[in-house]
Design a protein around this ligand. Structure first.
Ligand code: ZN
Length: 461
């Protein structure tokens, strides 16, 4: 988002420029209308994803934990403990569950299972989505940024079906992710931005590739929490990434070992090559339904499942982020996930408060409804449908907010008109403007950018 200022001294120049901009915008608008939607089914088979995912899987799958769970240690990899579901439940229990009545409605607290799918989206994802839809069940998808980028249609399909989306880093590369927190962080933010550009929402849920056990040290845990994220491991592993081509029958068996716990978070994969997981899914769902479980998506309503194990000595060599880096990155980030906070806008002696939902944040900038802010700061707003523009009077200045591409034009003290190239948009019956641009065009002086994001308070004088 590039933002630049330009001062134009002659009124005629502004008018000519505006007219040209309106014409241009109208043309672009018409052009855009004829471009096929991003959601065209042709993109379902976007090339170039399978190979990348395979390569990654063979280099760094989510294997570490499953090995411990199944009691089989691979000689080439260290065994890592910490999963709460290490003790298998006898086969007989499963059989009994299958015969049990579908809804154990008598119990007041229903048992909950959270199906989670990692490493997608891929060609397997549509199969998984179709099964979930048919079964009336929702799941949580921990997606990779690089896969989201090539499958935006699938990301939207996941979301539109009511499933939750979590962040599984950008490229799943252990070596990079666990060489130091700032590396992990940059992949989280890159993935978050990719997803936000597709769905408009930032995922707050995070799953560490390979799980946190043996990977996250206290710095990782602490800073991710401070930054507002919910890092979630699992309580049960389907074992579907234990090696290549684990058959569906084995995935099913592993997946339903524990159908007694009040909460089961089941690890599955919908990354490239995990067709067997999709094949096992209907039966997995059937078993949990029979055992009286309800299916939910993960969210912030309960404490996330996290492994206790910490990495060994190797992690001590990791470079830790400094205080300045933490102050600049971690604290402001938490505000992105704190919708419960109102935003206070101080301008001169006036103050406007926007309730959660009345404003949003994009790329570190507050986007606010023009009318609400101006009126609460003591100004007036009128709206011209014909020109798709709003006229605000604030702090003795008249500001035109043009949603057809003209940005913000205001009359400065001398009578000259000036313009700020600003993203003025229409949405939900309101004109939305970047708060900083609005205050600036109204003649307020903003202090450094630092004060803006930290305390949900913007001061301008
Ligand atoms: Zn993974």
């Amino acid at each position: 988002m590039i933002r630049k200022k330009r001062g134009i001294s002659r009124r005629t120049a502004v008018r000519l420029g505006l007219a040209a901009a309106v014409l241009l915008a109208a043309l672009i608008y018409r052009e855009a209308g004829s471009v096929p939607s991003r959601k065209s089914p042709g993109m379902l088979h976007a090339p170039g994803s399978g190979g990348a995912a395979e390569g990654r899987n063979s280099a760094s799958p989510d294997w570490a934990i499953s090995r411990t769970l199944n009691g089989r240690a691979h000689p080439d990899r260290p065994v890592r403990g910490g999963s709460p579901s290490a003790s298998p439940i006898p086969q007989a229990a499963e059989r009994r569950d299958e015969a049990a009545p579908a809804a154990a409605g008598a119990s007041t607290a229903r048992k909950t299972v959270y199906l989670t799918f990692d490493d997608g989206p891929s060609a397997v994802t549509p199969k998984v989505l179709e099964i979930l839809r048919r079964e009336g069940v929702k799941a949580t998808f921990f997606v990779l940024g690089d896969q989201a980028k090539v499958h935006p249609v699938l990301i939207n399909a996941i979301r539109e079906q009511g499933n939750a989306i979590g962040n599984h880093t950008y490229n799943h590369n252990y070596k990079d992710l666990y060489s130091g927190f700032t590396h992990f962080w940059s992949q989280i933010k890159r993935t978050e931005e990719t997803i936000r550009q597709i769905t408009g929402e930032r995922p707050q849920l995070v799953r560490a590739p390979g799980g946190t056990a043996g990977h996250f040290d206290d710095t990782y845990f602490h800073l991710m929490k401070q930054a507002g994220y919910l890092t979630t491991d699992w309580t049960a592993d389907s074992g579907d990434s234990e090696r290549k081509g684990v058959p569906a029958a084995e995935i099913l068996k592993n997946s339903v070992r524990d159908t007694r716990s009040a909460r089961v978070v089941l690890l599955l994969h919908d990354g490239s090559g995990h067709e067997e997981s999709a094949k096992a899914l209907p039966k997995i769902i059937e078993r949990y339904k029979a055992a009286g479980y309800v299916f939910k998506t993960l969210d912030g309503s309960s404490v996330p499942v996290q492994f206790k194990a910490r990495p060994g000595k190797g992690a001590k060599a990791r470079a830790k982020p400094g205080k300045a880096w933490i102050a600049a990155n971690i604290a402001p980030n938490a505000a992105l996930f704190a919708p419960g906070q109102p935003l206070a806008v101080e301008a001169g002696k006036a103050e406007a408060v926007l309730q959660p939902g009345e404003y949003r944040m994009e790329n570190g900038r507050y986007i606010v409804p023009l009318r609400a802010v101006v009126e609460r700061l003591g100004g007036q707003v009128s709206w011209n449908t014909g020109t798709r523009s709003g006229r605000a009077v604030l702090n003795g200045r008249t500001i035109m907010a043009d949603a057809s591409g003209g940005g913000l034009v205001f009359s400065a003290g001398s009578g000259d008109q000036r313009a700020i190239v600003s993203e003025v948009t229409l949405g939900g019956g309101a004109i939305w403007v970047p708060l900083g641009d609005l205050l600036e065009s109204a003649g307020y002086r903003l202090p450094g950018a630092a004060s803006a994001s930290e305390a949900q308070r913007v001061r301008a004088s």
